[in-house]
Ligand binder design. Structure first.
Ligand code: AVI
Length: 315
């Protein structure tokens, strides 16, 4: 396991983006322990088709994906060792034997759980967990080792227009010649399907989004009142993204004692907590070409709702 000190980063990020106009937050603040549990619950919701659709694609195509990417190491960006990852790991071990699995994640608890599970199920895998944000973790990857980088779940959709190119520049720079990249991306589809997936009837998505303020209160000693806010989401067709907001149901004066700062959050004012962009597969393939990634294969489901795209780094 390798680690880095992540403590100082969130405070600056939260304060800076809350002072922007419109106010917004970086998505990674959603994933404290409770937020991660709520996200797990979202993945099982009937309306949230993403996880089971991507899992179906990987279950069907893991054999072909691993055959197409002759590597010795799999680097997973984000939560490692999900059901979906296991399809790829078991094929890797079956086709190549002894291999390396290196998940990069900000959560030590998540990495330790992956390590224990991977050790039990796949003793042939050397586990190298890296505790870091993605871009920081890339520097720990040995470039000469043939590697498949995987980034599943359409987490790429949570990156905004600044984060998206920054991520791909860092990824492409970390990849050695002929390394591979597997990307899960949710596709544009009828609005009702999209909006229901992010506004479930049990209110779990609302709880997940508003929980970010409980996390911020804990981190910064602030006084966001969850009882005085509500969740609102919609699909913005021009930007092809679901936008998830917290709306002040009553005006609140928010204090950040550790920073000696205060913010007036007026009734009706929104804070953009998360976006979830939806993609057109061909356009995404062309876009990643600008970062030196060549499309190798496009895997999808029978309804064409989700894409799993395999790329190769140009030598
Ligand atoms: C993690 N990420 C891909 C999820 C998504 O679908 O954008 C996060 C999420 N937010 C609300 N529901 C799910």
């Amino acid at each position: 396991m390798q680690g880095s000190n992540l403590d100082a980063i969130p405070t600056l990020s939260i304060l800076t983006t809350l002072w922007d106009q419109p106010r917004w937050l970086e998505a990674y603040h959603l994933y404290d322990e409770h937020g991660s549990e709520l996200f797990e619950a979202i993945c099982d919701l009937p309306e949230y088709y993403l996880t089971r659709t991507e899992n179906g694609i990987l279950e069907t195509h893991a054999k072909d994906i691993i055959a197409a990417a002759p590597v010795e190491c799999i680097v997973e960006l984000g939560a490692g060792y999900s059901k979906k990852t296991i399809h790829l790991l078991s094929e890797q071990v079956r086709q190549r034997g002894q291999s390396i699995f290196a998940p990069i994640d900000v959560s030590v608890a998540g990495l330790l759980a992956s390590q224990a599970a991977a050790h039990k199920d796949f003793p042939q895998l050397d586990f190298h967990g890296i505790q870091a944000r993605y871009e920081d973790g890339f520097s720990a990857i040995e470039k000469s080792l043939p590697t498949l980088f995987i980034f599943l779940g359409s987490t790429i959709g949570n990156f905004n227009q600044t984060e998206f190119p920054r991520f791909f520049r860092a990824l492409a720079a970390a990849m050695g010649p002929n390394d591979y990249f597997l990307l899960g991306a949710d596709r544009v589809k009828p609005v009702k399907l999209l909006e229901d997936a992010y506004n479930d009837s049990r209110g779990i998505t609302a709880a997940f989004i508003l929980n970010v303020f409980r996390n911020i209160n804990r981190l910064l000693g602030s006084n966001f009142d969850l009882a005085k806010m509500r969740y609102h989401s919609w699909f913005n067709p021009e930007w092809q993204q679901i936008e998830m907001y917290a709306v002040a149901a009553a005006s609140q004066q928010i204090r950040f004692p550790s920073a000696g700062a205060a913010m007036q959050w007026n009734q009706g004012e929104k804070i953009l907590v998360e976006i979830s962009r939806k993609f057109e597969a061909n356009r995404l393939q062309e876009q990643l070409g600008f970062f030196g990634l060549t499309p190798v294969e496009h895997y999808s489901d029978p309804k064409q709702w989700f894409s799993v795209l395999l790329f190769r780094k140009q030598a």
